[in-house]
Structure formats: C-alpha cells, structure tokens
Design a protein around this ligand. Structure first.
Ligand code: PEP
Length: 281
C-alpha cells in the first residue's frame, strides 16, 4: 500500500485536539480545569474539544459562553432513540440542550464493557447527525487482530457497518478516530508510521464509501497513549488530523502542552480555531 505521503496536505484540514475525560472530574473540578485552560488557549490555532461527564456538560458550556472561549464541549456517549423508556440512558437532544456540540461514539470501552456492536453504533451516528451533534466515531483493532494481520479487514468492517446508509454529504460531518485498542491506556502508543498507515487505509476506504473529495475533507484523529512527547510526531503525519486523548487530557497543564504541540505543527497558522464552524450539520 502507498504510504499516504502523496495525500492532500494534512494542514488543509483543521487540527482537532480532543480530550476524553471518561468517568473523571466532578462539576467542581471540571470548572477548575476550565478556569486554568481558558486563558491559555485563547490564541490556539487548533479546534479544542472536551468530552466530559454528562453532569459537567451544562455548567461547562455555560462557563465557556460567559468567557467567550473557543473550547467546545461534548459527550462521551448517547442512545440512538430520540426518547423513550430506556432507564439510565440519554438522548442527543438532551445533550444539545445542555450545550454539547459533539459526541464520542463506538469507543472501545463502550464496545468491550457495554457490548455495543457496529449496528447499534451506526444507529447512534445517524441519530447524532439528525439531532445536531457532530459524531466522533471510534474504530480500531485488538492486538490479536493486528498480530493475525487482520487490521485492515477489521477497520473496513467497522467503517462499512458503522457508516452504513449515511449519505456522502453527511459523512463530511463525521470525525473519525483511529484508536488501536492495544494502545489505549497502555502507555504503548502506535508509532507515527503505524498510525499513518492505518489512517491512510481508512481515508482510501472512506473514498470508496463517499468519494475522494469527501474522504479528503474528513478529519481522522489518532487515539491511544498520546502524551506531550509523542503528540508532534503523530501530528506530523499527513493523514493524522488530530488527537483523541484520555489520561493526558485530565490535567489542564498537560492538555495545554499538547495543544501547544499542535500550534507548533508547521502550516497550522492558517487554520484558525473556530468553534462556530466546528459543527455545521
Ligand atoms: C481514549 O480514552 O480514547 C484514549 C485514547 O485514552 P489514553 O489516551 O489514556 O490512551
């Protein structure tokens, strides 16, 4: 397979730095985090997203509005139904009302611990698009699948099934995150070369699904043990358009250092952060 070096210059696409807080941070510590981060990132040239616990969405969105900040708040999951008898679940429109602008879907922790399959994730992606949330669709292979040489097959199946029946013009609004499961929370990130190879495979396959023009516009993020010291090398790859960060997003200091790496990435000066245009559904 080609390396992807001939791809559209990656900096023609915006860079996304996305934090996934998982089940960490209370409302109080979420607001303390924001208080620390907001002044540091006012001039950031990348799009800064934070996927936070449901309880923090409303207070954080309000704080961001009051401070006229460029940070975008989102959720880590939602149900596919518009409403209904689903005890303990949450609907897209409830997240939108609380101030969320995006939602992470298909994270490997949801797939593994809560048995979510591609069909369910596909229904959620469609609901998110219909109800005005930008989906961040996570895909990725296990270490066994990689060892068995199945990586591309797994990615192809996840993309085919999770994006089934989504028209090309809507695909552009989906952010994709390649997260090899063996790299999540393990301190064993994919090398930039391995990540680039998978990102390039995904982009070529997205072109089969929605056409080259759409695939070239789609942002593909990398997730899995991203830290301050590997962020820049990952962002240097032509098909890596951003980072989805778990552990290292929990501290405002570390998260800001990674945001600074994105700013140092060559050519980024032209891509101004603009949360108003981040979700154009
Ligand atoms: C994640 O939660 O999606 C993730 C990539 O976590 P970490 O950065 O901690 O590996």
């Amino acid at each position: 397979m080609e390396s992807g070096k001939e791809s559209m210059a990656s900096r023609e696409r915006p860079i996304y730095i996305v934090g996934n807080w998982k089940m960490y941070h209370t409302i109080q510590t979420s607001l303390e985090f924001l208080n620390e981060l907001i002044p540091k990132v006012r001039e950031a040239v990348c799009r800064i997203y934070l996927a936070v616990p449901f309880t923090s969405i409303g207070p954080m969105a309000k704080d961001i509005e009051e401070n006229d900040s460029n940070i975008v708040i989102g959720a880590q999951n939602m149900h596919n139904a518009s409403e209904g008898a689903f005890t303990g679940e949450i609907a897209a429109k409830m997240l939108v009302e609380a101030g969320a602008e995006f939602v992470i879907l298909g994270h490997s922790e949801r797939r593994r611990l809560f048995h979510e399959d591609n069909a369910f994730i596909n229904a959620k992606v469609k609901r998110a698009l219909t109800d005005g949330l930008q989906p961040i669709l996570c895909i990725g292979e296990t270490s066994q699948e990689r060892e068995d040489g199945m990586t591309n097959e797994v990615l192809k199946r996840q993309l085919t099934e999770c994006l089934d029946d989504i028209p090309a013009e809507q695909l552009e609004n989906v952010l994709l995150s390649y997260e090899p499961i063996w790299a999540i929370g393990t301190d064993k990130p994919a090398t930039p070369e391995i990540a680039q190879e998978s990102h390039h495979f995904c982009r070529e396959f997205l072109a089969e699904l929605g056409g080259k023009e759409v695939a070239d516009k789609m942002s593909i993020l990398y997730g899995g043990s991203v830290k301050v010291d590997n962020a820049k090398a990952l962002l240097d790859q032509p098909d890596i358009d951003g980072l989805l960060i778990g552990g290292a997003s929990l501290s405002a200091v570390t998260f800001n250092e990674i945001i600074s790496k994105a700013a140092a990435e060559s050519g980024l000066e032209d891509v101004k952060a603009d949360s108003d245009t981040a979700v154009e559904l």
